[in-house]
Ligand binder design. Sequence first.
Ligand SMILES: [Zn+2]
Length: 454
Amino acid sequence: MPATPLPAATLRLQAGAVVTGDAAGTIWRPGVVDLAGDRIVHVGPAAGAPEHRGRARSLPGLLMPGLVNTHGHTPMTLLRGVGEGLPLDRWLRHAIWPREAHLTPDDVFWGMTLGCGEMLRCGVTASCETYFHDSAVVDAAVAAGMRCLVTPGILDVPDAGPGRGWRAMLDAAAALHAEADGRAGLIRVGLGPHAAYTLPLPALAAAGELARQLGTVLTIHLAETRAEDRALQEEHGVTVPALLDRLGVLDARVVAAHAVWLTDADIELLAERGVAVAHCPQSNAKLGSGIARLADLLRAGVTVGLGTDGPASNNDLDLWEELRLAPLLARARDADASAVGAVQALALATRGGAEALGLDAGVLAPGMLADVVHVRTDDARFVPVLDDADLVAHLVWSSASHLVSDVWVGGRQVVRDGVCTTVDTAEAARQVQRRAARLAAAAGRSAGAARHPA
Ligand SMILES: [Zn+2]
């Protein structure tokens, strides 16, 4: 909440229902959300709303907070469909990295642009991005009007792409932080060391130290597959979360992506050290990585958001699928219909994600960022509504992204009547199609073999 009084509203959104997404589960039917600049200044019932002299929009459906994608590599729209059917390790080494070695900043710009259009269209108003050519990621997000936490990827793998040593990558990330953090009111810059198994220990420690110095978020792939950390665990005698803690990495504000293969002690450690988890159920399922212990994480008090992961391992950026899959898999895994409820699931996609990334978003409340989604409810999927709980149940269990009608990011409308108005989607698709063909050719015969694994 800002210390100064909130300004007068310049735009009032009046809707059939306002699902605030707050911890109390407040819903106003009908309700209003007032905006001024990039912030929300008032939320409440339509009856008795404060007098308003600015513009007003009357919307038939429901308003809810924008969805937050806590883990993505969105420019990988350029690699959608590549390495189909390969397990993670071979998928990276034989299909993905050989193509990424040939990426240019322009490729990344267009891949990110296409992905931003896809996310905004689905009501995803913020994402956490880890990739290369990060200035191009920033430029594309700003042009699309998308809120982004950009965490430059730090890697130490031969043929890992246009990268250099991890020290140079950390220096470049610090430079990007100085240059782009706060740009257009949309961009935050953090750090994205890839994983414990792809970086030497001094690199992990240095990334943690730099994140602390900059006061920014560090995101890292953690315990994604069962086998990835075996060598580290054998060498150091502790699990990777404990190892990261020993290195001081968990003293930074950390978002751990995936976090599938955790022990009870790991979960306790994450809760204790305030590590947030970016839960990516669809990517984990598609790559056969496993099912994360979502209910256990939530019971332990870990902040959890949802992530699509890259569009090469999902294969889309539609977070509504994660919104439904997360509670479905949690219930299936634990054989418990009460494992994760609809209210809790919706919170993962909104408030939990915003908390994980440190954004003043994910809740429709005065002082929060004006990231707002209007969902059509004139559809069989929203019938019947007998009480407030039905609205949330329908959002989670029967709704879908095609019902997203209008989207505002920081008070700017970026989707109108189901069309993203800030991205030329047809041009972005043409660019990505052409550039993907060039990358496939450049990756050569080995990549061609990987595309059709035996
Ligand atoms: Zn990832």
